[in-house]
Design a protein around this ligand. Structure first.
Ligand code: 8YV
Length: 318
């Protein structure tokens, strides 16, 4: 069969695909222009893609042979799954393998924004330490502060287990309450969204992007948060109304933000890049060597299974 791989993966990772199929790979670290994907997908049976590729009805209608779309990523808001289902195209994602790396980055953002690590790095490099003084250049203590987790799925739970080491009381809000024994194990207390926003010192987002979570956090939610609180987002940018965030940060409605994802990646909302009380990373939650290899391998495994008529291990619609 014929496969299009839109990401620049190593030959080692592609080997299982190459041994059974005809594979075309984008050998560039920039996304394939949409017109090129549409052109290249025409005769393909399988597609290995990622968040930078918008896989919608128009694209699928240009791929009459397409049987399987394997996404490299746990989030799959880049793919119109119902449109794929209507065409009997299987879709898969890569859950699990990126849980720890993403939770680690959430914690890195919590620590770096609270302790002003990036600002400190800048000062050190610029040789602008200034004199030591007891109340100059202070951050916020993380240990013992309340962490509010919105979306207690695999990644949210991994963040909660890290927070235990920092003796942080944990509040969570989720579509469904998790079983009581798990709540006890994580030390996580279920609350409504308003209570979580009012009582947390750090609010960390771990929901997937859908109609319910789009713009979940906006002006009203920032009003509810403590002026000393921080917001952390390693989930999806559009969960936060980014213009409202910039306004809230400028008006000191909240103390700071640690962000890995943005509403219109790779663009930032006007004013965001100029704010000091933010730490901004370029969507790198899963960006460790180990994790990216595991994600790509899992996507390949899903694709191979789907093309051979088996159920892919992480099928989203079969
Ligand atoms: C990926 C992510 O790097 O898995 C996800 O949902 O956001 C990241 O881990 C990205 O999706 C690549 O497709």
């Amino acid at each position: 069969m014929k496969i299009l791989v839109t990401s620049n993966l190593t030959e080692e990772i592609l080997a299982p695909l190459r041994s059974a199929h005809e594979v075309v790979v984008n050998r560039n670290d920039f996304p394939l222009p949409r017109s090129e994907i549409i052109e290249k997908i025409r005769d393909k049976d399988g597609l290995l893609c990622s968040i930078v590729d918008r896989i919608d009805e128009e694209l699928m209608s240009n791929a009459p042979n397409l049987k399987m779309i394997a996404n490299i990523g746990v989030g799959y808001d880049n793919i119109k799954v119902p449109a794929a289902s209507a065409r009997e195209i299987k879709v898969s994602n890569t859950p699990g393998v990126l849980t720890d790396a993403t939770a680690d980055l959430a914690f890195a953002l919590i620590l770096s924004v609270a302790r002003r690590l990036v600002e400190g790095d800048g000062r050190t490099r610029a040789n602008k330490w200034g004199p030591w003084a007891p109340f100059v250049f202070l951050g916020t203590q993380v240990t013992g502060k309340t962490l509010g987790i919105i979306g207690l799925g695999q990644i949210g739970k991994a963040v909660a287990s890290r927070a235990k080491g920092f003796r942080m009381p944990i509040l969570y809000h989720n579509r469904n309450r998790i079983p009581e024994n798990e709540e006890l194990e994580l030390g996580a207390k279920y609350v409504d969204l308003e209570t979580l926003l009012r009582e947390s010192d750090f609010v960390s987002l771990h929901v997937s992007l859908n109609d319910q979570s789009r713009s979940l956090i906006g002006t009203n939610e920032f009003e509810l948060m403590k002026s000393s609180a921080f917001i952390i987002n390693v989930a999806r940018g559009p969960v936060i109304d980014e213009n409202a965030l910039v306004k809230a940060l400028k008006e000191k409605k909240i103390a700071g933000a640690g962000l890995d994802v943005y509403e219109k990646e790779p663009q930032l909302a006007p004013g965001l890049a100029q704010l000091e009380n933010t730490v901004l990373s370029p969507h790198m939650g899963s960006a460790t060597v180990e994790t990216r290899i595991a994600m790509a391998q899992l996507a390949v495994e899903n694709l191979l299974a789907g093309l051979s008529g088996q159920r892919p291990p992480n099928c989203l619609n079969c």
